[in-house]
Design a protein around this ligand. Structure first.
Ligand code: CMX
Ligand code: CO
Length: 147
């Protein structure tokens, strides 16, 4: 069984990243700790660190605003509206974890590629996960200090 060590993040689809970030700041005091655009995923994203430090052991909210009409998040917003889009589990070895989950009959959506903050990510099909789009994340930073 692969080791999944934390909830890395919860991904939330929104139309307006800045307005949604303001809601989380004003309602809960959660601050945006990182922003970036991921061209491949077709999103502008904001990470709000909820606990820990950026050492590979923290948990985040990940706000996602589409930058292209044909991106997965744009498609989701058109169909379902704003809300929780995916959950992401942290692991020290995303390729190994994806292979192990794939052996259990879950469709893995592509090879590991670049995610937030230099991480390696892949996705599991929501139809094989009880309706939950699931992401696997290997942080660029390792909690034990080893690269
Ligand atoms: N959660 C739950 N179900 C979802 C879903 C989601 N986020 N997105 C799509 N689905 C469901 C749809 O409702 C649909 O169900 P029905 O067949 O019952 O209608 C089914 O999955 C197929 O959806 P679709 O709208 O036809 O979309 P596609 O099949 O083209 O794509 C998916 C779905 C999951 C393969 C695609 O969204 C994907 O590859 N996602 C992974 C990449 C991604 O989401 N990137 C953005 C986040 C980036 C990041 O986290 O850094
Ligand atoms: Co994500």
């Amino acid at each position: 069984m692969p080791a999944f060590t934390r909830i890395d993040h919860i991904g939330i689809a929104c139309h307006d990243l800045d307005a949604t970030a303001r809601f989380y700041r004003d309602t809960y005091g959660f601050e945006v700790t990182h922003t970036e655009t991921n061209e491949e995923q077709g999103v502008r994203e904001a990470m709000l660190r909820i606990n820990g430090t950026d050492d590979g052991g923290a948990s985040y909210l990940q706000l996602l605003e589409p930058i292209r009409a044909d991106s997965p998040v744009a498609k989701f917003l058109a169909k379902s509206g704003e809300g929780v889009h995916h959950i992401a589990f942290g692991t020290a070895d995303v390729a190994g974890a994806a292979a192990a989950v794939g052996e259990r009959g879950v469709r893995v959506l592509g090879d590991p590629r670049t995610g937030s903050m230099g991480s390696l990510i892949t996705f599991l099909h929501p139809k094989d996960c009880g309706g939950v789009l699931t992401e696997l994340v290997e942080s660029a930073a390792k909690p034990d200090g080893h690269a």
